[in-house]
Every structure is written in C-alpha cells, then in structure tokens.
Design a protein around this ligand. Structure first.
Ligand code: ADP
Length: 250
C-alpha cells in the first residue's frame, strides 16, 4: 500500500463548460516530495486541472483529495490557500518598488498583518529564514535591490521564494521556464530539483529541454482532451505512440 505517500489525489474529475468536457474523468495521484511534470497540447486541460486543485473551478464530477482526508472540492479558493497549496502563475507579481528582502518579508506568515510586519523589527529567526530562502532562490546578492530592477527570471525566482515563505506543502507552477534565458532556465531546473523532496511540485511546462532536466528519473504525465494520455518516466512518455501523435510529433 503506497497510499500513505500520496499528497494529492484526483478521483474521476470532470469539468464541463456548457456540456464541453475540459476535464474528462481525470485520475491523478501525486506522491509527497515528488516533482511531477505535466505536458500536453494546448487545450488538453492543464490549466483547468490547476484551477480545480486551487478551487478556482469547481468540478462537475469527482473529488480532489489533499493528504488523506481533505476534500478540496468542498473548499473555496481562500480556504484551499490555507491548506498549504501555493500556485505560481506565468506572470510574476512582485512588489516592484520594494527590495527583494522586503518582498520576502511581506510574504512571510505573520499574525501582525502583512503591511504592519514591515514596521516591526524582524526576529533573528525570521531574518535567518529569509536569508536561507534568498540563497535557495539565487538572489542573495540582490537582497537589497528593488525587485523592479530584477530580470524576468529573477522575478520568477523571487515569486517562488515568496510562496516558500508560506511554508507550502504543494507548489503548482504554470510554465515556469517561459520567457527565461537558457541560463535562467537551467538554474530554475536546479532550483526545482533542490526543492523536490522538501516540497511537492507539479509543473506544467512546454519546454521539453526543461522537462528533461527536471524529470531526472521522475514521472511525467501527458494530458489530452482532459484525461491522462500517458504517464511514466520521460522516456516512456516520449516514446508513447499516442503522445507522439497528439503532442511531440507536431
Ligand atoms: P491547457 O491549459 O492544457 O491549454 P485549458 O485547461 O486551458 O487547457 O483548456 C481546456 C479546454 O477547455 C480548452 O478547449 C478550452 O477552450 C476550454 N475551456 C477552458 N476554460 C473554459 C471556460 N471558462 N469556458 C469554456 N471553455 C473553457
């Protein structure tokens, strides 16, 4: 029985928009600490799947379990955010006028309220948490620069750092390598491999070189017409006839 390792379980999810099934009886199990890559053609249902997990879209049928007991389909978006699921959209949203350090400070879980937290002295523990995250997201040397001066890739890392300040269990990342330079893409891949294990990551991505870097023996899922078309190692999925036909062989 491997179910103890499962952190996210989608059980027969269907999402209909006026009768059109954007998600069609989707089953998916993600293990704790896994780095799962999700691929598939445009319209396959990748975004809608993320929307179901985060409560932005309510499924027509099926259940989504987080951990052993939490039924996400019974919670709203705000409640789900509190369960420890963090989502990063393609476009980075950081506070451009504030420094990198201040952005992380603001994102920190605090009972004082986020703006109030800026006017309090940080505890030594809080400061060292931020410094540790700065190192992880490769922005230690930029800590006191305004976030607006960062490159696109650096802003993406900062936003990931901000999500990490909330100590999430599961991170959902939507095309994290889009718009990055080759070097930034490679450093992102290294970052994701470092995060896996401590965190669970579900990454939707089109860049197959990036997928190759981050799958690193891990599992890849190819969606098509709202269901799982193939799942397994990158090699298995890449060599699947149906995947070649609908996605890779374009
Ligand atoms: P992907 O992210 O894999 O490109 P999406 O989840 O965005 O796919 O979309 C899956 C399908 O559902 C597409 O055919 C899309 O046009 C359709 N769809 C998505 N959202 C809506 C909506 N709000 N209303 C109607 N159709 C939608």
């Amino acid at each position: 029985d491997t179910s103890h390792g499962v952190i996210l379980y989608l059980d027969g999810i269907t999402v209909s928009f006026d009768g059109f099934k954007a998600i069609n009886n989707l089953n998916l199990a993600i293990d704790r600490g896994e780095l799962r890559s999700i691929i598939g053609p445009n319209g396959a249902g990748k975004t809608t799947m993320m929307d179901v997990i985060t409560g932005k879209t309510r499924p027509t049928e099926g259940r989504a379990f987080f951990g052993q007991t939490i039924d996400l389909t019974r919670l709203n978006e705000a409640q789900i955010a509190h369960t420890g699921i963090g989502r990063k959209f393609q476009k980075p949203t950081v506070f451009e006028e504030l420094t990198v350090f201040e952005n992380l400070e603001l994102a920190m879980k605090t009972d004082k309220g986020i703006w109030a937290s800026l006017f309090f002295r940080l505890s030594g523990e809080a400061r060292s948490t931020i410094e540790q995250k700065l190192e992880l997201i490769r922005l230690k040397d930029h800590a006191h620069r305004p976030a607006g001066l960062l490159s696109h890739g650096q802003k993406q890392w900062l936003e990931i750092g901000m999500l990490l300040m909330q100590e999430p269990l599961l991170l959902l990342l939507d095309e994290p390598a889009a718009g990055m330079t080759d070097e930034e893409t490679e450093r992102s891949g290294e970052l994701f491999l470092e995060l896996a294990g401590d965190y669970t990551l579900v990454v939707v991505e089109h860049d197959m070189d990036f997928i190759k870097q981050i799958s690193h023996g891990g599992r890849v899922t190819c969606l098509h017409e709202g269901s799982v078309l193939a799942e397994g190692s990158l090699e298995q999925v890449q060599n699947d006839e149906r995947v070649i036909e609908v996605y890779l062989g374009r």
